[in-house]
Design a protein around this ligand. Structure first.
Ligand SMILES: [Cu+2]
Length: 463
């Protein structure tokens, strides 16, 4: 092909245009196929055997998907697994038919089958995608990946890192994933927590940085049930977004930062450690701390510190809900080991805790240990909901609402940041409020995935 002067100009023009736009703008033009596959890879250190995992694109975590805000995301899901599956796009205020919940918004895709996902990403921020059929097994096998929606104008940082925090329950002899996914002990306690903690599939992730470099860190907790308590060492940081949604004002990281299952935190950090030293994202342990991510400092980005970061641009529809005349709802969570649930409804019948346990149910929402045919609430567009969540169990639960973000209402009536997942501690009562603005059937469930499978799943209908 001979390039004419006009073609060259056109190409130059395109290149110039592309350079000024978020990378994700062109993502929709990639071959839009996303295959869930069985793969063997070196998850444990080199001296151990390879591990068979299930991964999107055969990688752990799944391939990063990046798209510009307001753009259309298209992917043909190809199921190369031996089990039916579907993909949920966690935190995206999505068209209900694309929410990917097997049994509610679509049928699970059989092995060998496909499903075309096609939706707009209205909000910039850090999201993730994961399997939503037998998720307590499929997510534990590795079926999740980051979904990043770029702001039209990127924040002023030197670079960014997407950090997917996860844990794995592995047999140290064989190197294989422990397949006791529905084990009553895990389901009835804190959930399936692993014995091997990773970031981006590595137990020893180490990233080179320069002194005074400014990074955006996108933290995603993709584990089944682990709560990550984190702190910064050799870094000064600000929280700039939670669950994808920008904070009105960046909040300095002063104490331990708690990342519950499915939650995301966007940080802007400045490297303060000296050249030759390391800075760390520290995992605060019960007995001892360890480094979740090591940042090795070599070279200097600048001699002086930058000014504190400014807020990310707000997403659309972040208005505060109007609590006057809000519809009150209540969700009482009960059950689990050491709980005081004597009985609950299953298959329409009241059963004693022992019978429920024999049927693999350990938890109940409002006294019902299963997903009901009728929703928790029938809601109308434009309505405001004030939902009290009463945790009458001794375990924390990470409650996730699909399709809409909510704000926590504190005891003094103040409204917290917009989130899609709230960690409710054992025996705690919390209140959330949201404006009902997305039609469809939306799941509301615990993101300790074994809990969701054993009684902690309900839904709301919006018409
Ligand atoms: Cu739970």
């Amino acid at each position: 092909m001979i390039a004419t002067r006009r073609d060259a100009l056109k190409l130059a023009g395109l290149a110039g245009l592309g350079a000024g736009l978020p990378r994700g703008l062109f993502a929709a033009e990639e071959k839009p196929e996303l295959a869930a596959q069985v793969a063997r890879l070196q998850l444990l250190p080199e001296s151990y055997p390879q591990t068979e995992v299930w991964g999107y694109g055969g990688t752990i975590p799944g391939r990063e998907i990046r798209v510009g805000q307001g753009q259309r995301l298209r992917r043909r899901f190809v199921n190369d697994l031996p089990q039916a599956s579907s993909i949920h796009w966690h935190g995206i205020r999505i068209d209900n038919a694309m929410d990917g919940v097997s049994g509610l918004t679509q049928d699970a895709v059989a092995p060998g089958g496909t499903f075309d996902y096609d939706f707009v990403t209205p909000d910039a921020g850090t999201y993730w995608y994961h399997a939503h059929n037998r998720s307590w097994e499929q997510v534990a096998r590795g079926l999740h990946g980051p979904l990043i929606v770029d702001e039209a104008e990127a924040p002023d940082v030197d670079r960014e890192e997407v950090l997917v925090l996860d844990d794995w329950l592995l047999n140290p002899e064989t190197g294989q994933i422990d397949d006791s996914f529905g084990h009553p002990m895990m389901m009835s306690h804190g959930g399936r927590t692993g014995n091997y903690v990773t970031t981006n599939g590595r137990y020893n992730l180490s990233l080179p940085v320069r002194r005074h470099e400014r990074l955006r860190l996108r933290l995603i907790n993709a584990s089944n049930a682990r709560i990550f308590p984190l702190k910064l060492s050799g870094l000064e940081g600000w929280i700039v977004a939670l669950d994808g949604m920008p904070l009105a004002t960046p909040a300095p990281v002063e104490h331990v930062l708690v990342l519950g299952p499915a939650q995301r935190t966007d940080l802007i950090v400045d490297v303060l450690a000296e050249e030759g030293e390391t800075a760390d994202l520290v995992h605060v342990g019960d007995a001892e701390n360890f480094s979740q991510v090591v940042f090795t400092v070599s070279g200097t980005a600048s001699q002086t510190r930058r000014a504190a970061p400014v807020a990310l641009p707000p997403n659309p529809k972040m208005d505060l809900p109007d609590l006057a005349g809000a519809t009150p709802l209540r969700l009482v969570m009960s059950g689990g080991a050491m709980g005081r649930m004597d009985s609950a409804i299953l298959n329409g019948e009241r059963m004693a805790f022992r019978e429920l346990a024999a049927a693999g149910r350990f938890w109940a929402f409002n006294g019902v240990a299963e997903m009901t045919d009728t929703p928790l609430a029938d809601l109308g567009l434009g309505e405001t909901v004030l939902l009290e969540i009463v945790n009458d169990t001794v375990f924390p639960h990470a409650m996730h609402l699909h399709g809409m973000h909510f704000r926590e209402v504190s005891e003094d009536g103040a409204l917290g940041p917009l989130r899609d997942t709230i960690l409710v501690g054992g025996r705690e009562t919390r209140e959330i409020a949201f404006t009902v603005d997305n039609p469809g059937d939306w799941l509301f469930h615990c993101h300790m995935l074994g809990h969701a499978a054993s009684g902690m799943t309900t839904w709301v209908r919006v018409t």
